[in-house]
Design a protein around this ligand. Structure first.
Ligand SMILES: Cc1cc2nc3c(=O)[nH]c(=O)nc-3n(C[C@H](O)[C@H](O)[C@H](O)COP(=O)(O)OP(=O)(O)OC[C@H]3O[C@@H](n4cnc5c(N)ncnc54)[C@H](O)[C@@H]3O)c2cc1C
Length: 459
């Protein structure tokens, strides 16, 4: 018999929570407002250039003015890029970390292009104006103008980060190497900051423009310092998290139970994730994202980790008592995204983790469809069955093995499995190919885009 309580693999008991829905506007409402703000800022930057430009005369004039404008826009874009990665809780919960990371990656390409254009145009323009050669003009600009040497170093660092972030180069290096090299962006932006004020015609004599630039950069720096450094340290000291148990779930998959003080004050919602740093040999220098695989709030946090590479493999051999730093909670893959009383959850492999928490806590009529390669790979199956029985929810295991009741990801098969599918919200988490196919299928079955919610395990 299943009861309203459900036992975790490690013997922790908790009561299901049925939090009342507090529906948030869809991500594209907040996301649209953020993009509008970013574009309004860019328009203000163009206006600043416009108001300081009486006329543009000759080739040299056109080149230097284009150089000024691209430089201003590059300076502005640098601040926006860093703000997107400042882990501002409001943005993270409404727009979502994965979408912010995608915007950051796309914005990074524009920023590097603008910085390159600015450099080339300014050198070419001043060379045309003074009648000197490009090499001589470059040397003059770098060594004779205030703060320009630092700006040149910053530019080269930014270029290097841009090159290592290109898809082809990134594929060849480990995530950690790429991540640490990426930190050079902070140094690059810092080094390039001062030449904007000391040499930028648009800032000369305009206290308002200079003040606005300082407010922008100091605001972003404060958000980064607060969210990425001070808050994690404060939380680590406050919650004193430790691994309490490591529990095998399936081949290559373990659950980690983490205990600590005042866990409810972390404010973690089902479906969210933290970046976990384990203070153990081989782990302390990297923080990896893992979703909560059980709702927080019963004296422990739980994550379920599949061995994918060095870090995730090592999680299985962590000892109870290991200190943990958790940065978060992050993510917009939460019950607040729901807009209908009927919900379909579609999980693939270890993508079950955030959906397991949502399966227990989402109010309304919930159906879970869980894809796995083999029966052995169905992690957390016992507790999923318990939850299904306790709340009278439907659960379907689609396994790629004989007798595995596999389901084709087509509108017809999904519609046959979930009647009235068009009137559902759909939460998806799994490998990219599977989630793309599932998204197409549910769209084909009549679920509108804004009711499909998606968590991706790769930034
Ligand atoms: C929001 C989110 C939630 C996740 N939840 C879970 C979960 O509940 N259970 C689970 O098993 N896995 C989860 N993952 C995936 C997990 O983070 C990666 O499998 C793990 O970090 C791989 O690290 P590795 O060193 O073992 O492997 P590697 O071989 O070093 O990395 C494999 C891939 O994982 C990604 N990755 C590695 N390190 C990081 C990092 N620090 N930050 C972001 N991405 C990284 C990269 O795309 C990399 O190419 C989640 C990922 C994200 C982004």
């Amino acid at each position: 018999m299943t009861t309203a309580q459900q036992t975790t693999g490690a013997g922790h008991r908790r009561a299901p929570q049925h939090a009342p829905p507090s529906v948030r506007p869809p991500w594209y409402v907040t996301g649209g407002a953020v993009l509008l703000l970013v574009h309004a800022g860019a328009a203000a930057v163009v206006l600043l250039w416009w108001s300081n430009t009486e006329s543009v005369v000759g080739l040299a004039g056109w080149l230097t003015n284009a150089g000024r404008l691209t430089g201003l826009l590059a300076g502005y874009a640098c601040a926006v890029l860093l703000a997107l990665m400042a882990r501002i809780p409001f943005l993270d919960r409404t727009v979502g970390s994965d979408r912010l990371a995608r915007w950051h990656a796309m914005g990074g390409r524009y920023t590097v292009s603008l910085a390159v254009a600015h450099t080339v145009l300014i050198i070419w323009g001043s060379s045309a104006a003074s009648g000197t050669g490009l090499v001589e003009q470059t040397t003059t600009l770098v060594f004779e103008y205030e703060d320009m040497l630092w700006a040149a170093i910053g530019f080269l660092l930014l270029l290097a980060v841009g090159i290592v972030s290109a898809r082809a180069a990134r594929r060849r290096m480990s995530y950690e190497t790429w991540h640490f090299l990426h930190f050079l962006t902070y140094l690059a932006v810092f080094l390039a900051f001062f030449h904007q004020l000391s040499n930028g015609t648009d800032f000369a004599g305009s206290t308002t423009a200079v003040t606005a630039w300082y407010v922008l950069y100091i605001g972003v720096a404060a958000a980064l310092l607060w969210n990425r450094f001070l808050t994690p340290v404060r939380r680590a000291l406050r919650h004193r998290l430790r691994v309490s148990e490591v529990h095998p779930e399936a081949p290559g998959v373990v659950s980690l139970y983490i205990t600590g003080r005042d866990l409810e004050k972390l404010g973690a919602r089902p479906g969210q994730f933290f970046r976990w740093r384990f203070l153990a040999r081989g782990h302390w220098w990297t923080a990896n994202p893992y979703s909560l695989s059980a709702p927080a709030g019963s004296g422990f946090l739980r994550i379920t980790v599949k061995a994918a590479g060095g870090h995730s493999r090592g999680v299985a051999s962590l000892s109870p008592g290991t200190r943990v730093w958790a940065e978060g909670p992050y993510g917009a893959f939460t019950p607040e995204r729901r807009t209908r009383t009927k919900v379909l959850l579609v999980a693939g492999g270890v993508g079950i983790t955030p959906l397991r928490s949502l399966f227990e806590t989402l109010p309304g009529q919930v159906t879970l469809l869980y894809f796995a390669r083999s029966f052995d790979d169905l992690a957390l199956r016992e507790e999923l069955d318990d939850i299904a029985a306790a709340r009278g929810a439907g659960v379907h295991y689609a396994v790629d093995e004989p007798g595995g009741a596999s389901v084709a990801l087509t509108p017809g098969s999904l519609g046959a499995l979930v009647p009235d599918l068009a009137d559902h919200d759909v939460y998806l988490c799994g490998p990219p190919g599977m989630t793309a196919a599932a998204r197409t299928a549910v769209r084909g079955a009549g679920v509108p885009r804004h009711r499909i919610h998606h968590e991706t395990f790769a930034f």
